[in-house]
Structures are given as structure tokens and as C-alpha cells.
Design a protein around this ligand. Structure first.
Ligand code: TRP
Length: 369
């Protein structure tokens, strides 16, 4: 909720939040603009070049490590709670990128967080993790044998001990200041401290080194907490983690893309026919009448279709620019454009579903025990 964010000046990682103005977030929460570091990044990802990854904390040291071939870690956690949709694919794309760039990749299933804050059973959580996340991850191109993967509930004693030791290095007042006092519960505290452990744990194994956590803005409170706690340990010399922030995709009908609103997203398991229907019903930046659209042109910055192209369906900048130019010039009408988008999505999903079935044999590479 925007209201909630601005009323309390807090980001609630367990709430639902729609951010309208990312430049405000950058100012209000002390996130740095990604434009400040992009020049240092050896092969920037298209999300970086397209300002979808808009912000960061201390990414410079990760960029330096990438450029000089020094060791660095990329860590992310997935909380299984529903269908894996194109919003989730954004994180998968970043994992693939960092895997290619030579990072030690850590992926954890936040099953403790899902259990404590979403009320799912551990069995349901495990099933969702495999069917919705792991299979899609492999099908998209994440190499399961080239990453460190674990469930929060099942990782080794070192990790479990770290997650408990963290409680010594933070005060209740700090937690209240970061998350807001009224809504804090033991469950939330538990999952916040577990997430801090997720982010610091790789350095226990790899030694002190730059660590990047690519997240959506809602996760920033956890990043701030971890950065504060990192240097308080005497027994471990943790380097405070770096982070990047990607914009959220909008829902297909406007508003937020959310797993709880079926019409707001396209899941990677949707049938091509269902995905087509959702695209055809999506909100565009079109005008009231064709007449008006031809005269004034469309508004791609308000269009769910253009967003799908930018985030997922068009890697080629020239092709994307042509769509943009034709739209604002009033040459491209929404009906035709939706058909084109529906074709691209259907083609993508058909291929993806094949890959997903083939991925079944590789899931075991994630889960070794
Ligand atoms: N809290 C994250 C979510 O809601 C999941 C998560 C757990 C995570 N541990 C993490 C994300 C560590 C980044 C880094 O999706």
C-alpha cells in the first residue's frame, strides 16, 4: 500500500506495496542511483541498461570484483507462496546473469519465513518450491550444479547457529525503527533474523568477500538490518553486503502484479491459450478512440504490453525502440500490438514448458540430501 509506506516512512516487506515514484524511494531511504555505478559494470545486464535495476547499495565493490575476476557472491532467497510468474522471473534472470559473470551463487528456500509468515505447511512449501521455483529456474537456464542451494529449515549447524547468534547483535528498538513497532511479531522477527543469516552465511564459507543481493525494494529493510549487523560480529569479519533494487512489474490490469490476483500476472505454467487471453485483456496506454490514438499516439510508459516487451520479451534495443516510436507516433494500434505480444508470449511458454518437463531429471542436483 502506498499510503502505508508514506504514512509510516517505512517499507513493509510483508505488506503489499505499489511504488509510483522510484526517485522518491532513492531519496527517502538512502538507496543510491544505479546510474552512479553502471559504468564500472563490465557487461551490464539489460535490466541495468533499461533502468529496471534502478538502485543499489555499495554495488561498486561487486562491480570491481566482476571486472578484476576476484571472488564475489550472489545470494538470493525465494519464498514459495504461490505461482511463479514473470515478476519472479526477473530474479531468476539476475541469478543466471551472475552465474555467467562468475559469482559463487547461493540460493535458499525461505521455508521458515513462508511457514511463520504465510501460514503454509512445510509439505506445501516444499512442493511449491520444487514445482514452481526449481523447475522454472532450471528451465530458464540456472545451472543447479553450479550453485549452493539450501532450505532454511535444513541447512547445516553452522548456518543454524549463525541465525541464532544474530539476535545478540541487534536491539528491539532497532528492529522497531526498521520495521515499524506496531506490526512486529515473533514470526516476523524470526524470519528477519533468518534472512540476515542467509545473507551473511556465504561469507562464512567463502571468506570475507563482496556479496550482492538482488531484490525488489520491499526487501530493503532486511538489507539495511544485515548491513548494520555485519560489522558487529567479533568472531567473523563480514563485509557488509551490497544490494541492487529492481522495479516491480505492474499488474496486467494496472496496480501491482500479485500472486493472489490471477488476472494480474502470467505464470510460467499458464497455458499459451490462457496467457494469450490475459494479454488481450491487459491495460494499455491506448486512447479512448482509434481516431484519438492516431492523432495523439499511445502512451507506452503506461502500458502493460510495453512493460512485458521491456522486461522480458524484447532483448533487442532496436526492436523495442521501433515499437515505442510507432506507438507514440500513432502508427501502432493496441489491438495489433496485443496480438504481437500474445504471439511472443505463447511461443515463449510453449518452449518453456518443454524445457520445464526436461528439467525434472535435474531437480535432484539442487537437492542433494
Ligand atoms: N524475504 C524474501 C521474500 O519474501 C525471501 C528471502 C529469504 C531472501 N532470504 C533471503 C531474499 C535472502 C534475499 C536474500 O521473497
Amino acid at each position: 500500500m502506498t499510503e502505508k509506506t508514506s504514512r509510516n516512512d517505512k517499507i513493509d516487506p510483508w505488506g503489499s506495496m505499489k511504488i509510483e515514484d522510484y526517485s522518491k524511494v532513492v531519496k527517502q531511504f538512502g538507496i543510491s542511483s544505479f546510474l552512479d555505478v553502471i559504468k564500472k559494470v563490465p557487461q551490464p545486464h539489460k535490466f541495468m541498461l533499461r533502468n529496471i535495476i534502478y538502485g543499489h547499495r555499495d554495488f561498486g565493490r561487486v562491480a570491481d570484483a566482476m571486472a578484476s575476476g576476484k571472488k564475489f557472491v550472489m545470494l538470493t532467497g525465494l519464498m514459495p507462496s504461490g505461482k511463479f510468474h514473470f515478476g519472479h522471473k526477473m530474479i531468476a534472470d539476475q541469478i543466471i546473469y551472475y552465474q555467467k559473470m562468475g559469482a559463487e551463487v547461493y540460493i535458499c528456500v525461505a521455508d521458515i519465513e513462508a511457514y511463520t509468515t504465510r501460514g503454509l505447511s512445510m509439505k506445501e512449501i516444499e512442493k511449491l518450491a520444487i514445482e514452481e521455483y526449481l523447475l522454472n529456474y532450471i528451465a530458464l537456464g540456472i545451472k543447479p550444479d553450479k550453485c549452493h542451494f539450501y532450505f532454511q529449515s535444513k541447512e547445516n549447524a553452522k548456518y543454524q547457529t549463525l541465525s541464532k547468534m544474530i539476535s545478540k547483535h541487534v536491539t528491539f528498538n532497532e528492529l522497531k525503527a526498521i520495521y515499524g513497532g506496531d506490526s512486529l511479531t515473533p514470526s516476523k522477527i524470526m524470519s528477519a533474523l533468518t534472512q540476515v543469516a542467509d545473507i551473511l552465511y556465504p561469507q562464512m564459507e567463502q571468506g570475507r568477500c563482496p556479496t550482492v543481493v538482488p531484490v525488489g525494494t520491499d526487501q530493503d529493510p532486511h538489507i539495511r538490518l544485515t548491513r548494520d549487523i555485519a560489522s558487529r560480529f567479533k568472531e567473523f569479519k563480514f563485509l557488509p553486503p551490497s544490494s541492487t533494487y529492481n522495479k516491480f512489474m505492474s499488474g496486467l490490469q494496472g496496480g501491482k502484479m500479485s500472486s493472489s490476483k490471477i488476472e494480474s500476472y502470467i505464470a510460467l505454467t499458464d497455458t499459451p491459450a490462457d496467457a494469450r487471453k490475459k494479454v488481450m485483456r491487459a491495460l494499455t496506454g491506448g486512447r479512448e478512440t482509434l481516431e484519438e490514438q492516431k492523432k495523439k499516439g499511445g502512451q507506452p510508459h503506461k502500458c502493460a504490453i510495453y512493460e512485458l516487451y521491456t522486461y522480458h520479451l524484447m532483448d533487442d534495443d532496436g526492436e523495442l525502440k521501433n515499437v515505442y516510436d510507432d506507438c507514440v507516433a500513432g502508427k501502432l494500434m493496441c489491438g495489433d500490438d496485443k496480438k504481437h505480444c500474445a504471439d511472443l508470449i505463447a511461443k515463449f511458454l510453449e518452449k518453456h514448458h518443454d524445457k520445464r518437463e526436461r528439467a525434472r531429471k535435474d531437480v535432484g542436483k539442487f537437492i542433494k540430501d
